[in-house]
Design a protein around this ligand. Structure first.
Ligand code: F6P
Length: 345
């Protein structure tokens, strides 16, 4: 078969591992040929692609980012977009498409597969919020980077007797904040699934200062709601083509409020895109390659409109419709972990 791959949405450590494994098994096991569209769905619309061979993908599983580059392009919103995609796939004699992306990219994959484009999906996001899969590749790397940053924040916050608020990514899901906050021993962990109770935050910090530890580390997810201001978005940034505002600034808003309410000197740091950069962890390289191997099997089994998922130790697949129906968010089990690890105030 002649198979096309693309990577859409925010990049994520482990994308290259998926590409590597799909191409390797496709060529060695099935005798496939591959091309990679550049810049996500934009590359399909522009008929912009590169050949993918065993030689050109050799060793890429070790690297961060995506050799295919990425964009947030919503084909559904582009007049004539679906026809253009079909025309480009026909011109290039493509038998199947593998789209690596989060819920936005996969909403396009589902739409195209409903319109007769033979396509399958691979879930991708550092946010770990795709329904139906236990873990997305990239999440482990993002948590490792955030944890390392929090470790470093402890010593500088301690030296200066300060509170430091660390803002992490995750949009409306608190997986990164939860995992890095717990691993990094943060004194306060704030997730978007729960509205921030600023008095409780201040009480937790006061506990530290009253019990001989004159500093505090707060981890806050970018999508958290502060009752005083709601979700904090970057007002200067345009909505993306899927209508999402850029979430950024809750850390700074929270730091100001903490300082005002407690009198403790407070700083904030936004980890931003460092969480998506650099090489993937061993776990993400392995998971990505397993997703890639399954994706090429899905193509040969003609599982159109389906997406690879991790269930326990198994890689299997579900419909894209189920995967994007809602976001997977933290629940009571994780709120309990956070609460049980907090100071008793
Ligand atoms: O969905 C992944 C993610 O990294 C979110 O955590 C974050 O809000 C968003 O992408 C940032 O997007 P961009 O790279 O377009 O600024």
């Amino acid at each position: 078969m002649r198979v096309a791959l693309l990577t859409g949405g925010g990049d994520c450590p482990g994308l290259n591992a998926v590409i590597y494994a799909a191409v390797k098994k496709g060529i060695n096991h099935y005798g496939d040929e591959f091309i990679g569209f550049l810049n996500g769905w934009r590359g399909v619309l522009d008929n912009n692609w590169i050949p993918l061979t065993l030689e050109s993908t050799d060793g890429i599983q070790l690297k961060g980012g995506t050799i295919l580059h990425s964009s947030r392009t919503n084909v559904k919103k582009i007049p004539g977009g679906i026809d253009k995609v079909q025309e480009v796939l026909k011109t290039n004699k493509i038998d199947a498409l593998i789209a690596l992306g989060g819920d936005d990219t996969q909403s396009v994959t589902m739409f195209l597969s409903e319109h007769g484009v033979p396509s399958v999906g691979v879930p991708k996001t550092i946010d770990n919020d795709i329904n139906g899969t236990d873990t997305t590749f990239g999440f482990d790397t993002a948590v490792m980077i955030a944890t390392e940053a929090i470790d470093r924040i402890h010593t500088t916050a301690d030296s200066h007797n300060r509170v430091v608020v660390v803002e992490v990514m995750g949009r409306d899901a608190g997986w990164i904040a939860y995992a890095s906050g717990v691993a990094g021993g943060a004194h306060v962990i704030l997730v978007p699934e729960k509205e921030i109770d600023i008095d409780h935050v201040c009480a937790l910090l006061k506990y530290n200062y009253d019990h001989g530890k004159h500093y505090g580390v707060v981890v806050v997810a970018e999508g958290c709601h502060l009752p005083e201001v709601g979700q904090v978005i970057d007002e200067g940034a345009k909505l993306d083509s899927f209508g999402h505002a850029r979430l950024s600034g809750i850390g700074e808003a929270l730091a100001e409020l903490i300082e005002k309410k407690t009198g403790y000197e407070t700083r904030s740091v936004n980890l931003g895109h460092t969480q998506r950069g650099g090489v993937p962890t061993a776990y993400d390289r392995t998971l990505g390659q397993r997703y890639g191997l399954h994706a090429i099997d899905m193509v040969h089994d003609k599982k159109w409109g389906r997406i690879a998922v991790l269930r326990g130790l198994d890689i299997t697949d579900i419909t894209i419709k189920e995967a994007i129906a809602s976001n997977r968010r933290l629940d009571q089990r994780f709120f309990d972990v956070i609460a049980d690890l907090e100071a008793k105030v």
